[in-house]
Design a protein around this ligand. Structure first.
Ligand code: ADP
Ligand code: MG
Length: 258
């Protein structure tokens, strides 16, 4: 049995086949994606890397249903994206995909609770259920004590955690993160990556774009793009950490201190 037959058809979160994206700029054509085929299984943690202009954002926009391919096919959880209407696409973006951006994209005047609740309001969920889900998502990112704070009352790392809670609130099939640590110092960036590691360990599928090798090192698969094509696609085999090393070493220190 080879690796291909081990993967059951329904274990794929997303499947792209020969995806081409061409932008027309006046009389010129820009070939942003030139035939990308890619399967991402459920619970994969994938980093997309590549030089500026290689097509990373375009690929993320296609995967996130923000843009449609010029040709080729894309299916998300077995549903063909090309067949969907604009309102179906909007619903998929809201319910099935959690977006995390470099710039957090929070609503400044809304507190943490309302920022996280927003996708559920768009989704038409009743108030009582919204409250339970919103509080749970905020607890998952460790901000239960900041529920009523506004974004400008939080640190950069806390703001990104709010954005992660908002991305999680519908329990999406996929988290898409475009340079999620790009606006954070490296220590805060590490905290955010540890959080993504924990979500991955809890079963979440994650695709992230990054320029940094040490950020990509959190993923178990790295796809490099070049000139709109996949240049390499490598998996690393490493066991999922049960506890982050820092916690283990703290526990050791406590034991030693006794
Ligand atoms: P990356 O995110 O890797 O820097 P992009 O996906 O943003 O790359 O861009 C890939 C190519 O497509 C670039 O040459 C870029 O200029 C072009 N491109 C991206 N978006 C558009 C657009 N909306 N209109 C025209 N050209 C675009
Ligand atoms: Mg980009």
């Amino acid at each position: 049995m080879n690796a291909m037959t081990e993967i059951k058809p329904d274990s794929n979160a997303l499947v792209l086949r020969d995806v081409v994206k061409t932008y027309v700029m006046g009389t010129e054509e820009v070939h942003a994606l030139c035939g990308v085929s890619l399967d991402i299984a459920k619970n994969e943690f994938v980093a997309i890397m590549g030089p500026s202009g290689s097509g990373k954002s375009t690929l993320m926009n296609v995967i996130g249903c923000l843009d449609v391919p010029t040709s080729g096919t894309y299916s998300l959880e077995g549903q063909m994206v090309a067949d969907m209407s604009e309102s179906q696409l909007a619903e998929i973006r809201n319910r099935m995909i959690g977006f995390v951006f470099q710039t957090f994209n929070l609503i400044p005047r809304a507190n943490v609770f309302h920022n996280v609740e927003l996708p559920l309001i768009y989704g038409g969920m009743p108030r009582a259920e919204r409250r339970v889900r919103t509080e749970y998502a905020i607890e998952r990112v460790g901000l239960a004590d900041r529920m009523h704070h506004k974004p400008n009352e939080l640190s950069g790392g806390q703001r990104q955690r709010v954005a992660i809670a908002r991305a999680l609130v519908f329990e999406p099939s996929l988290i898409l993160a475009d340079e999620p640590t790009g606006n954070l110092d490296s220590r805060t960036g590490d905290e955010i990556m540890t959080m993504l590691d924990e979500l991955h360990a809890a079963g979440q599928t994650i695709v992230l774009v990054t320029h940094e090798d040490y950020i990509a090192a959190h993923a178990l698969r790295t796809i490099r793009l070049k000139d709109g094509l996949i240049e390499s696609d490598e998996r690393v085999r490493k066991p999922l950490a049960k506890a982050p090393p820092v916690i283990e070493s703290l526990q050791e220190q406590e034991r030693d201190a006794v």
